[in-house]
Design a binder for this molecule. Sequence first.
Ligand SMILES: [Zn+2]
Length: 317
Amino acid sequence: MGKTSYHFNRQTLTYEEVRRSIGQKIWVVLKQLIIGIGIGVVLFVFAIYAVDSPREQQLKKENKLLLAQYGVLSHRIDEYQKVLDDLQERDDQLYRAIFNADPIPISIRRPGFGGTNRYEHLLDISNSELVISTTKKLDVMTKEMYVQSNSYDELIKLIKQKEQRMNNIPAIRPLSGKDMKGISSGYGMRVHPILGDLKMHTGIDLNAESGSPIYATGNGTVESSGWEGGYGNCVLINHEFGFKSLYGHCKDLLVRRGEKVKRGQKIATVGMTGIASGNHVHYEVQVKGRYDNPAKYFFMDLSPEEYSEMLYLAEHR
Ligand SMILES: [Zn+2]
């Protein structure tokens, strides 16, 4: 039963009962219901967005902490990267240089991680920028450490090879001290004694009597032994580790291609075959395909004084 409504009649000055139809009564109830629901919804939405539940408050706090911790970790990764950069630099400039190993190319040392596709799954989370940049830094560092670790493995191998290397590197003179009669031509640009033009002299010319023994200056394998144009009778020895030595203008050749030779082994005799104005051995040292001053490699059978004198002569004749 609904409430009874009254209407004040100004003419009769009495209250008269208002009679409503069923439809009107339903509408009144419906209207109140709609207003009630509307207020309820507004309050509900307000409660959801403006007031945090204890659980939400807790999560927000945790999120803040995690964010701060991410920042700290990101900073630490930067510091470790600096340490790694230092290790890489020392490796290239010092350790690898000691063992004549080429520096590791920057393209291998600094790996690229194309685009952000790799981290797409992280894009949806809040603070994705920090999370992605930190993850990326860590990925780059992991790869760089792998390269660095491989480099150390390679160095360990080189250290183990050191003994063999010391025996292989051309490290003595190709003539014995008693046979040698000085340097007739040093390493570098010079006027060719026969051809008369300015040319690079890729070795040094050591004078000796015809038939004096020529010795292998390091262990290795004979790469060629035979006539080589202007060099006449010529022996080329491959010492591995990038080193080769060449002995030109020989009279007799005493080794064959493919033969293993030891340092100090007699391989040929002094002559003046090819383009030569007198008896001498034209001696070359090649390092990784480039010529080097052979006098630099006479360190094993000379005193420091003799060595520096030899170096001086090799550069000034
Ligand atoms: Zn020469």
